[in-house]
Write a protein that binds this ligand. Structure first.
Ligand SMILES: [Fe+2]
Length: 446
């Protein structure tokens, strides 16, 4: 299906500028962007100048993010009186209930689409929450089930940026700063405070979302890997300016400290004609991720596959890491090649975008997700262990595989929906029950 709003922002749309965190500039009308200063006495075309601050004014230069927007109306005209609304399935941390047990290893089958149509707001289903939205720490993980475009309806979140990982269908994000189309195999990041409308280009659409309450996602340092590989900055794409000058009864929904409010206005808020700065949405093609790994022996920590990291105040301890397990060669000698068994102070939520994940060949197909919570042991299932322990260690290509992990320093708490309504696999922990004792103390290794 294709449901795109009539008269939508099309001029200049679907062009992208390369680079991660660049100081971009773009104008949808010639001369709309003031040169040499941010706030002239009168802006070109009668536009209003407005700054969108993604970090504190005084954040260090390397972390400071803001954009200057030149728009038909200032944002204060894009909100009216807010009325609270109920968005029943989109939860925020803390969201902890004594009757919901989050302690454990969990896995869910792909969540099916329901009976009626759902859009970006009504189709969001929170799986886990971690940290505290009020203190801007932690995250929430969601599944989105979207069949319907938003029409004269707009959304923004003051609670965090959204990392979107499509698994099915193509979405279009018409944002204040431009238009992004995002399909499976790509991700998109929508900054905190950015207003947008979500349209279905090819549906139905399903995917995963990491709502990051903390500092923005950034590229991880590469250390001794050097200046290349992993995610390269030029493969991140930020849209060029696009706007709509549209007068029509419209609604703006705002998520703020976990609560939803709606405001009615008489026009589209997507009216930024020109902008410059480094606080902007972007997308990234996961097939451009260049994995680095073991080329002689052993299995490196999964952090070697980090695409984006959202830092915390503790050095080396991420609020969230977004980690990608994609196609790659396995060549390690005399090594157990899948992930090792372990317990982790970090909490790991995984999802499968397509193909088969090597540590869990069964039960974790495309659209499925799993949770291995803080200090809960996990690792390869019995079939994966036996295969990897006895197989011939020739070079082997892991093909047709793309899974990811949202890994956070905070325990992840299940929502009531995830525990009781989502298609949870009640016997998931049994995948390890066949791991028998192999120990024989009478065998002399020498
Ligand atoms: Fe793990």
């Amino acid at each position: 299906m294709r449901r795109v709003q009539e008269g939508a922002m099309t001029a200049n749309a679907l062009q992208y500028m390369p680079g991660f965190g660049n100081d971009f500039e773009s104008e949808a009308l010639p001369g709309a962007l003031p040169q040499g200063q941010n706030s002239p006495q009168r802006c070109p075309y009668g536009l209003y100048a407005e700054q969108l601050s993604g970090t504190a004014f005084t954040a260090p230069r390397g972390r400071n993010e803001r954009s200057w927007c030149y728009r038909i109306r200032p944002s204060v005209r894009h909100v009216g009186r807010f009325q609270p609304i109920d968005v029943s399935h989109w939860k925020s941390a803390p969201n902890i209930f004594p009757e919901v047990t989050s302690l454990g290893q969990y896995r869910w089958n792909p969540v099916p689409h329901g009976e009626g149509d759902t859009d970006w707001i009504t189709g969001m289903r929170t799986v886990t929450t971690a940290g505290d939205v009020n203190t801007q720490t932690g995250m929430a993980s969601h599944i989105y089930l979207v069949t319907q475009s938003m029409v004269d309806s707009y959304f923004y979140s003051a609670d965090g940026e959204l990392l979107v990982v499509p698994q099915q269908g193509t979405l279009r994000f018409c944002t204040e700063l431009g238009v992004l189309d995002v399909a499976p195999g790509e991700i998109a990041v929508l900054p905190r405070g950015l207003v947008y409308r979500v349209e279905v280009i090819e549906g139905p659409c399903r995917g995963f979302v990491c709502e990051n309450y903390g500092q923005q996602f950034d590229l991880p340092d590469r250390g001794p890997i050097g200046a290349n590989c992993m995610a390269n900055p030029r493969d991140f794409k930020t849209p060029v300016a696009a706007f709509e000058d549209r007068d029509a009864p419209s609604t703006v929904t705002l998520k703020w400290c976990g609560q939803f409010h709606r405001s009615e206005i008489g026009h589209s808020p997507l009216d930024v004609v020109a902008w410059h700065g480094n606080y902007a949405p972007y997308k990234y093609d996961l097939s451009t991720y260049s994995p680095v790994g073991a080329i002689l022996f052993d299995h490196p920590d999964p952090s070697i596959f980090t695409v984006l990291t959202a830092r915390s105040e503790v050095e080396g301890t991420a609020n969230i890491d977004f980690v990608l397990f994609r196609e790659r060669w396995l060549v390690a000698e005399n090594s157990f090649r899948p992930p090792w068994y372990h317990k982790n102070v970090m909490s790991e939520l995984m999802g499968n975008i397509y193909g088969e994940y090597d540590a869990k060949p069964d039960g974790f197909g495309p659209g499925a997700m799993s949770l291995h919570n803080c200090m809960l042991p996990h690792g390869p299932d019995q079939a994966a262990f036996e295969k990897a322990s006895t197989g011939e260690l020739v070079p082997h290509k892991l093909d047709n595989t793309m899974s990811f992990m949202f890994e956070t320093r905070f325990p992840q708490h299940l929502t009531q929906w995830a525990a009781n309504e989502a298609p949870i696999q009640p016997d998931y922990a049994d995948v390890w029950s066949g791991l028998e004792k192999k120990f024989d103390g009478t065998i002399d290794p020498g």
